[in-house]
Write a protein that binds this ligand. Structure first.
Ligand code: MV4
Length: 456
C-alpha cells in the first residue's frame, strides 16, 4: 500500500529496522520531512528521536528528552510520586542484592523484582518467599542485562489478580493534554497482549475520570507531547497505581479510535507539525464498545510455537463494525524474523455484548490457511463465561492455560474444511478417523487450500 518503497537492508532487524543511520539516510533519499516510527523497533529510542531532531527531520512522537525521562522505570515512578499520582508501593531507586532482601522482608511477600531500565514485563520476577529471592534477583538481572544492557533492579509489592488498565493521552506542544479513555489489557500471555477492549468492563465513569486526570497530571509534569499511554494496575477495591508510560502509539490503539471516532495517527502528525489538538476534553465522547483480537501466526495447540510460512488462502471478515489492520495477503510469506502478529481484528458495537457478538461472527468468517493462527484460541476466550461477564484479571489466561487447553472444540471449522477437501479428493464421505488424521497433515492443508470449490 506504500506509494514508494526503499530497501533498508537485510531481513534481520539489527541490520535494517534498528539501524539509525540507514533509516535517516533513507528518509533523506526519499525526501521525507518526518518519520513515523511505528510501534516497535526505534519507536521509543531516545537516540533515534535525538538524531531526527539534529538532522532536521520531524520525529512523529515525543521529544528525545521526554522519551529518556520515561524510559527509566524508577525515574518515572519518582516523577509520578512528585506529581501526586499513586504508584505501587516499592522503591524508587536501584537496589543491591542485600537491599532487595531487606526491602522485601520489610514489605512482606509476595514482591516483584523489576528491571529499572525495563518495561513490558522484561526482567520481571515475582517472589513469594525469601528462599526464592536470590534466584529471582539473578534471573531478573541477567534478563535485564541482555534486554536493556543494564542489570539494575528495584522492588514493588506484587499485586496479584489486579487489572491491567491503560489510559490513552494526547498532548500538543502548547501544553494542552487530553485523555481518551482506557483500554482493558489484562488478557495477556507471557506479557503478550491477546485481547484488548475499550472501555474496560471494570471501569465506571468516576474511576475513568480519576485515572484520566491522574494521567493528564503526570503528562504535564513530564512536559510530555504527542500520543502516549499510561499503564496502571487497578485492584479489586478500584485503587489504581501507575506502572509505566509508553512513549509511542500502541498496537491496540484502534479500540480507542473506534470508541472516540478520532484518528490517532492523524492527531500525532498534527501535533508533530506544531498544530493544536483537534479536540478539547469536554468534546471527547466515548461511544459504544470495541474489542481487538491480535491474530498471531502461532499454534495455540502446540505451546504457541511460531508458525511461519506462506498464506495459501485468506478470507477477511467484513460487515458492520468490523475493522482489520493487517499485514498479510494471499501468497505472501510470514517470515520468522519479526514478531508473529499478522493482523488485528477489531469489532465495534453499541455495547459490549454487541461487540462480542460481532467479534465471534467475524472470527468464524476469518479463514487463514497456510500458517497456524491464534484464531481458535480467540474463539475459546470469547466463548468463556468469565470473559463474557467481564470478570478476569492479569493472571486469568495463564491460569486457564495451565489447567489445560484442549484442541478439539476450537478446531471444528478447520476440521470441516479438511473433511470437505477429503471428500472432493476421494468422492467418498471421509471417516472421522481419516479427517482427524488429515487435520494434522500439512500436505492435506495444501490440498484444501488449492481446491477452488473450497476456496469459494
Ligand atoms: C505488576 C503486576 C503486579 N504487581 N506490578 C506487566 C508488564 C509491565 N508493564 C507491568 N506488568 C505488571 N506489573 C506489580 N507491582 C502485574 C503486571 C502484569 C502481569 C503480571 C503477570 C502476568 C500477566 C500480567 C499482565 C499485565 C500486567
Amino acid at each position: 500500500m506504500a506509494d514508494e518503497a526503499y530497501l533498508i537492508g537485510p531481513a534481520p532487524s539489527a541490520q535494517s529496522y534498528l539501524k539509525v543511520d540507514r533509516i535517516i539516510d533513507t528518509a533523506r533519499t526519499a525526501g521525507a520531512e518526518a518519520i513515523h516510527p511505528g510501534y516497535g523497533f526505534l519507536s521509543e529510542n531516545p537516540e533515534f528521536a535525538l538524531r531526527c531532531e539534529q538532522e532536521g527531520l520531524v520525529f512523529i512522537g515525543p521529544t528525545s528528552q521526554a522519551i529518556r525521562a520515561m524510559g527509566g522505570k524508577t525515574a518515572a515512578r519518582s516523577l509520578a510520586t512528585h506529581a501526586g499520582v499513586p504508584v505501587v508501593p516499592g522503591t524508587t531507586r536501584d537496589l543491591t542484592d542485600e537491599e532487595v532482601l531487606q526491602v522485601a522482608t520489610e514489605m512482606g511477600f509476595p514482591v516483584l523484582i523489576k528491571a529499572s531500565a525495563g518495561g513490558g514485563g522484561k526482567g520481571m520476577r515475582s517472589v513469594s518467599a525469601e528462599a526464592e529471592l536470590a534466584g529471582a534477583i539473578r534471573a531478573a538481572r541477567s534478563e535485564a542485562t541482555s534486554a536493556f544492557g543494564n542489570p539494575a533492579v528495584y522492588v514493588e509489592r506484587y499485586l496479584d489478580c489486579a487489572r491491567h488498565i491503560e489510559m490513552q493521552i494526547l498532548a500538543d506542544k502548547a501544553g494542552n493534554v487530553v485523555y481518551l479513555g482506557e483500554r482493558e489489557c489484562s488478557l495477556q500471555r507471557r506479557h503478550q497482549k491477546v485481547v484488548e477492549e475499550s472501555p474496560s468492563p471494570f471501569v465506571d465513569a468516576d474511576l475513568r475520570r480519576r485515572i484520566g486526570e491522574a494521567a493528564v497530571k503526570l503528562a504535564k509534569a513530564a512536559s510530555y507531547t504527542n500520543a502516549g499511554t499510561l499503564e496502571f494496575l487497578v485492584d479489586s477495591a478500584k485503587n489504581f497505581y501507575f506502572l509505566e508510560l509508553n512513549a509511542r502509539l500502541q498496537v491496540e490503539h484502534p479500540v480507542t479510535e473506534m470508541v472516540t471516532g478520532l484518528d490517532l495517527v492523524k492527531e500525532q502528525i498534527r501535533i508533530a507539525a506544531g498544530e493544536p489538538l483537534s479536540v478539547r476534553q469536554e468534546e471527547i465522547q466515548l461511544r459504544g464498545h470495541a474489542i481487538e483480537c491480535r491474530i498471531y501466526a502461532e499454534d495455540p495447540f502446540n505451546n504457541f510455537m511460531p508458525s511461519p510460512g506462506r498464506i495459501q488462502v485468506l478470507r477477511n471478515p467484513s460487515g458492520p463494525g468490523i475493522r482489520i489492520d493487517s499485514g498479510i495477503y494471499e501468497g505472501c510469506e510470514v517470515p520468522l524474523y519479526y514478531d508473529p502478529i499478522v493482523a488485528k481484528l477489531i469489532a465495534w458495537g453499541q455495547d459490549r455484548s454487541e461487540a462480542i457478538g460481532r467479534m465471534r461472527r467475524a472470527l468464524r468468517e476469518y479463514a487463514i490457511i497456510g500458517v497456524k493462527t491464534s484464531i481458535p484460541f480467540h474463539h475459546r476466550i470469547l466463548d468463556h463465561p468469565q470473559f463474557q461477564k467481564g470478570e478476569f484479571h492479569t493472571q486469568f489466561l495463564e491460569r486457564w492455560l495451565a489447567e489445560g487447553f484442549k484442541e478439539e472444540s476450537g478446531r471444528l471449522a478447520e476440521i470441516a474444511l479438511v473433511a470437505g477437501a477429503l471428500y472432493l479428493h476421494t468422492r467418498k464421505p471421509p471417516s472421522p478417523v481419516s479427517v482427524s488424521q488429515a487435520a494434522r497433515s500439512e500436505s492435506l492443508w495444501k490440498l484444501a487450500a488449492r481446491h477452488e470449490a473450497l476456496r469459494r
